[in-house]
Each structure stands twice: as structure tokens, then as C-alpha cells.
Design a binder for this molecule. Structure first.
Ligand SMILES: Nc1ncnc2c1ncn2[C@@H]1O[C@H](COP(=O)(O)OP(=O)(O)OP(=O)(O)O)[C@@H](O)[C@H]1O
Ligand SMILES: [Mg+2]
Length: 126
């Protein structure tokens, strides 16, 4: 699914993913949806997809193999930032999203740059 980064925000892809996973992947649904929300929010907030003057898109790709679900979130990339775990700081008000994703995925996440932007991927389930 591809959504306009500033037009629809997180609600529509969240519902779309929850509905998709309800059939066959209910056991990983909560974790996968939570992680996807973090990754999509990051795409909107930190990549050029969320440019206020020239908004782009975020594309969510989902695949399942056995009991594992893989979710990829493609954005327009960004020249100055890349997805990385923030330094741990108990008093920080941000920098928690990727830590959450790291824990829930058991470290099975990453990002890669391609010709058409950047992909953040993660896996949920066995
Ligand atoms: N899709 C992305 N494109 C570019 N930079 C990213 C992307 N996702 C994350 N980052 C970078 O990685 C940092 C850590 O991301 P993380 O989600 O952990 O924290 P946050 O988004 O800053 O705050 P929070 O998720 O707690 O609201 C971000 O501050 C940003 O610099
Ligand atoms: Mg975040």
C-alpha cells in the first residue's frame, strides 16, 4: 500500500495492515502493527517524504513466510539522517521508536538505500 505521507498519516495504513494480518497472522498482529506505525511515522517525520512543501509517499510492503511476517516501509530517503538507534537516555522525549522496534523484532530489522529511496524493514513472529 502507498499513502500520501502528509495526507493520511498513520491511521489508514495501520488499519490496512491490521486487517491484512488478522487472517492467518493474528498472533503477530499487535507487534507488527506497532512496529509498522513507528516505521511509517519515522518515514513521515524524518525523510523527505514528509517535506511540507513537496510531500511524497510512504509505501508499505508486507510478505509472509511460515509464521514470520516481513514488513518494509519505503520512503523518499533524506540527505542528513538515517535510521539508527538513538543513544539511551531515560529523560529523552524522543528516540524510542527504533528501540521499540529492535526489541519487538528481536533485532530483526534494518534499512537499506536504493535507487528509489530508503527501505526500513523488520520481521515479526517465529
Ligand atoms: N525513515 C527514516 N529516515 C531518516 N532518518 C530516520 C528514519 N527513521 C529514523 N531515523 C533517524 O533515527 C533516529 C531514531 O529514530 P527513532 O524512531 O528511534 O526516534 P524518533 O523518531 O526521533 O523519536 P520517537 O520515535 O521516540 O518519537 C531519528 O531521530 C532519525 O534521526
Ligand atoms: Mg520515531
Amino acid at each position: 500500500m502507498t499513502v500520501g505521507a502528509l495526507r493520511v498519516g498513520i491511521r489508514i495504513p495501520r488499519r490496512w495492515l491490521a486487517k491484512l494480518l488478522a487472517d492467518g497472522y493474528a498472533g503477530v498482529l499487535d507487534d507488527a502493527v506497532l512496529m509498522a506505525c513507528e516505521a511509517i511515522t519515522n518515514a513521515i517525520r524524518h525523510s523527505d517524504s514528509g517535506d511540507l512543501e513537496d510531500p511524497g509517499t510512504a509505501t508499505v510492503v508486507v510478505s509472509g513466510a511460515g509464521r514470520t511476517v516481513r514488513v518494509e516501509v519505503l520512503d523518499a530517503s533524506s540527505p542528513d539522517t538515517a535510521p539508527r538507534l538513538a543513544d539511551e537516555d531515560l529523560e529523552a522525549v524522543s528516540g524510542r521508536g527504533l528501540h521499540l522496534l529492535d526489541i519487538l523484532s528481536g533485532g530483526r530489522w534494518g534499512s537499506c538505500d536504493g535507487d528509489h529511496g530508503r527501505t526500513v524493514w523488520f520481521e515479526a513472529g517465529a
